[in-house]
Design a protein around this ligand. Sequence first.
Ligand code: CA
Length: 258
Amino acid sequence: MTVEHHRPRDGATSSKKCPRWFGVVEFACHNEPVKLLLVEDDKAIAESLVEGLTAAGHSVVHVTTGAGALAERGQELVLLDLGLPDMDGRDVCRELRQRSNTPIIMLTARGEEFDRVLGLELGADDYVTKPFSLRELAARIRAVGRRTLEGVPNGDDSDNNAPQAIGAMELDRRTRRVRVDGEEVVLTAKEFDLLAFLANDVGAVHTRTEILESVWDAHWYGPTKTVDAHVASLRKKLGDHRWIEAVRGVGFRLEPPQ
Ligand code: CA
């Protein structure tokens, strides 16, 4: 099992020439440096990605197997290939998610069986389909990283960092932690974002489109079914489906179970 560490390339700046990556020769590197774990067994893809990502200022630990991925600790974001030689990427995703909230972007190949809703249910925060451009991947890394590393802007509450109490729930935006009846509920980045969004206006109904636009990025043209999948897993984790009420034909609202 090989693990390669790659440091950000010296002098990585915003208009650096990046390697040819599926036809994209240059991409603007306006990224916050992120410690990435790249799990990819395809040598050519991995080399291009390592080169492009380190040129963009990120540090990259590269492993080629699921076992290698599970042995790593301390990364801020995981890029996870779905088709790995030793394990199914879905199982790796599930295991990584069980022990931490580190954001995961799945790398999937065209033609590979990947149900995006299932992937998101497994705890992936986003996915890209090969062949993708480095520019596209960088945008996803920025979007996911911005949300999870710096927290989500939460409108009117942004200068009030005290945990919010909603019935038996305590939602702490600063630490991104949620407790119900004093018990911590471990959420994925997206689940937390969704909950925090609904909690910005307890009792108000939010449409699926509104939720998609606020919690997912503008680049997300996914089906509104994605929202329902996340609502379903949130309800399960919160221990009572009544926390999130579906308002038929409209959307969802958050309210303490009565
Ligand atoms: Ca592969």
